[in-house]
Design a protein around this ligand. Structure first.
Ligand code: AMP
Length: 114
């Protein structure tokens, strides 16, 4: 598989504004933010889409949620609230094929999304 832009961020071959890191997960600011806070949380292994989650790698999803909780608390947006989004394939609007959670916060978000 060709490396995605997120693989290059993980290997530090291209820069990113990293705001969170633990043994399993990296969090960095989205270059095209859709809210005052827009951070992408990615697993440190390549899982292309939500469809590729299986028993062997599903724990990364738990780790991503824990990372989000820690970060939301750290920036004091946990009580205000936030949205987490995972896009899958074409209809979902996925453009980078390394799963990621969009963490959006800092303003009232509309529902339903477009
Ligand atoms: P998705 O459409 O769900 O696949 O989301 C991919 C996201 O990655 C988009 O919101 C992009 O703005 C973001 N993105 C693409 N390249 C970079 C980059 N080099 N650094 C940070 N965010 C990026």
């Amino acid at each position: 598989m060709e490396p995605t832009i997120f693989d290059l961020i993980l290997s530090k071959e291209i820069p990113a504004d990293i705001v969170y890191e633990d043994d399993y997960i990296l969090g960095f600011k989205d270059v095209n933010p859709q809210a005052p806070v827009h951070v992408l949380f990615i697993p440190k292994v390549r899982i292309a889409t939500h469809n590729d989650l299986v028993e062997d790698n599903i724990d990364y999803i738990s780790k991503m949620h824990l990372a989000v909780n820690r970060y939301a608390k750290e920036i004091s947006e946990d009580e205000n609230g936030y949205r987490i989004v995972m896009n899958c394939n074409s209809n979902g609007g996925q453009t980078v094929f390394h799963i990621h959670m969009h963490f959006l916060a800092g303003r009232q978000l509309q529902w339903p999304p477009g």
